[in-house]
Design a protein around this ligand. Structure first.
Ligand code: NAP
Length: 454
């Protein structure tokens, strides 16, 4: 099988890669297992030294790695640079914190001494998406490796260059062989890797469909899985919020990575008193963004990562309009001829429309006007997803009480939703299960073992 790296901005093929053969996949799994048998016995200092070296390698070659992201999936260069910096940060974070996060936890028991001890679990397969092609991988790999596991990566088929680069980051950082390996395989070959008796667990970041398939396979094999799936995050603005700042941040929250983020704000829920003013400010901020070649440092947004992704959004918007949605801003193209899709705002949305029910993975904002905070909560929760969300008001006590009622893995108050190594990240409902980052993330791929001495 061949994997092609194509620049979505101009459609030019950058490079072709030969896929990993079945025999090579078996060898890489075996190598990852052998590496695990050594790595599980290393101490915190040895693991931490590797992750610090990985962080240095990322920063030393940030120019190369960030261009690799931009050329292959079309993200503006400044965002790719920020992504590499964040990967270095998560490595440093776990290099410094893992020992503390994995300390034995004493238990109160009727007699004797009891505690939880964290052991690694072995070889973990990561099935990853293209939208943050470095960050998604490092936010899993840094804690997994610090916990004593080894990693196999099956990356999205449109980012083989990034997939190989990440394997090289570990090589260049002096990692022992087998701690981190890339498998260039298609989605249909994932099942047999999960079936392999030397693979202990799997984590997937991607769509619901892929999540169901991978979780089904893992369940059948009685192996642990973590799923980070899609989202349709609400961005709620109440009448007593700072509307000007909220609107500016809202545009960033929708337009980062041309809207291709699981935690992008997708549904803007506005209290009626401020809806018109917010909409006008949102459009004003949107119009300031510069479209262009993502390799230019002043570009704010470019194309999507592939033409078929633009086609999919085209279909979702078209169906919503046919069902009665109105365009508050932007123009629906007559047809899709490249990976470009224009920023748009849709209103008049009702259940049954894709812009109400589904995730739109691109620069389309769904606007809702509500009479009060109760209706805002109802609309926020009327979604099959539950990943993140953002809530804007100057009444912080009320904000916290509303946040507690929203069905999602996180709610950020007076700030956009974003990921940070220090804060747990993950969803509920169709957004998946399990947590990444912070102390919860590192414990996902461990055996939380009880030891009780009489
Ligand atoms: P995708 O099509 O599900 O692909 C993600 C990964 O899963 C790719 O490596 C893909 O391989 C693989 N895959 C697809 N179908 C599979 C199957 N049946 N069995 C095994 N593996 C399979 O998702 P995407 O379109 O690339 O990414 C966008 C989605 O990811 C959005 O829904 C987004 O919200 C979600 N996402 C979630 C998070 C989060 O943290 N919650 C973060 C980022 C993105 P191929 O490329 O070879 O098909």
């Amino acid at each position: 099988m061949q994997f092609r790296s194509v620049n979505p901005y101009d459609g030019k093929v950058l490079k072709s890669y030969k896929g990993t053969s079945e025999i090579e996949v078996s060898k890489k799994i075996e190598l990852a297992h052998q590496a695990y048998l050594q790595w599980r016995d290393t101490n915190n200092n040895e693991r931490s030294a590797l992750l610090k070296s990985v962080a240095s390698e990322l920063i030393k070659n940030i120019d190369h790695y960030s261009k690799s992201i931009t050329l292959e999936m079309g993200k503006p260069l400044k965002e790719s640079i920020a992504e590499i910096n964040k990967c270095a940060k998560v490595c440093e974070y776990y290099a410094d914190k893992a020992e503390d996060f994995l300390k034995d936890v004493p238990l109160e028991t009727p007699h004797g001494e009891a505690y939880i001890h964290y052991n690694p679990i072995g070889v973990v397969l990561a099935v990853m998406p293209w939208n943050f092609p470095f960050w998604q991988v490092f936010r899993f790999a840094a804690p997994a490796i610090m916990a004593g596991n080894t990693c196999l990566l099956k990356h999205a088929s449109n980012v083989p260059g990034c997939a190989m680069d990440i394997e090289n980051v570990f090589k260049n950082a002096g990692s022992p062989d087998g701690i981190f390996s890339t498998l260039l395989i298609g989605a249909k070959n994932v099942g047999s890797v999960i079936d392999h008796n030397l693979v202990s667990a799997v984590t997937l970041t991607g769509s619901e469909l892929a999540g169901k398939s991978v979780a089904g396979k893992a369940g059948f094999n009685l192996k642990k899985s973590v799923l980070e799936l899609g989202g349709s995050d609400p961005f709620i603005v109440l009448k007593n919020a700072d509307i000007k700042i909220a609107a500016e941040v809202a545009v960033k929250a929708r337009m980062l990575n041309a809207g291709q983020s699981c935690i992008a704000a997708k549904r803007f829920i506005l209290e009626k008193e401020i809806a018109d003013e917010f909409t006008a400010l949102f459009i004003k901020s949107l119009q300031k963004l510069k479209y262009g070649n993502p390799i230019n440092s002043d570009t704010d947004f470019a194309t999507l990562a592939r033409p078929d992704l633009a086609e999919e959004i085209f279909g979702q918007v078209q169906k919503s309009i046919v069902a009665g949605a109105s365009i508050l801003y932007g123009t629906l193209p007559k047809k899709i001829e490249s990976a470009f899709f224009p920023p748009m705002i849709l209103g008049n949305l009702k259940p049954g429309m894709p812009a109400y029910d589904d995730e739109i993975f691109g620069p389309v904002a769904s606007f809702f006007v509500v009479k009060d905070e109760q209706e805002a909560i109802e609309i926020a929760n009327n979604s099959p997803f539950g990943l993140g969300g953002s809530l804007w008001t100057d009444d912080l006590e009320k904000a916290k009480s509303i946040a507690e009622k929203i069905e999602s893995g996180a709610i950020y108050i007076n700030q956009m939703m974003f990921s940070d190594p220090a804060v747990p990240f993950g969803g509920i409902k169709n957004s998946g299960y399990g947590r990444e980052l912070s102390f919860l993330g590192i414990r996902e791929f461990t055996n939380q073992k009880t030891i009780w001495v009489k």
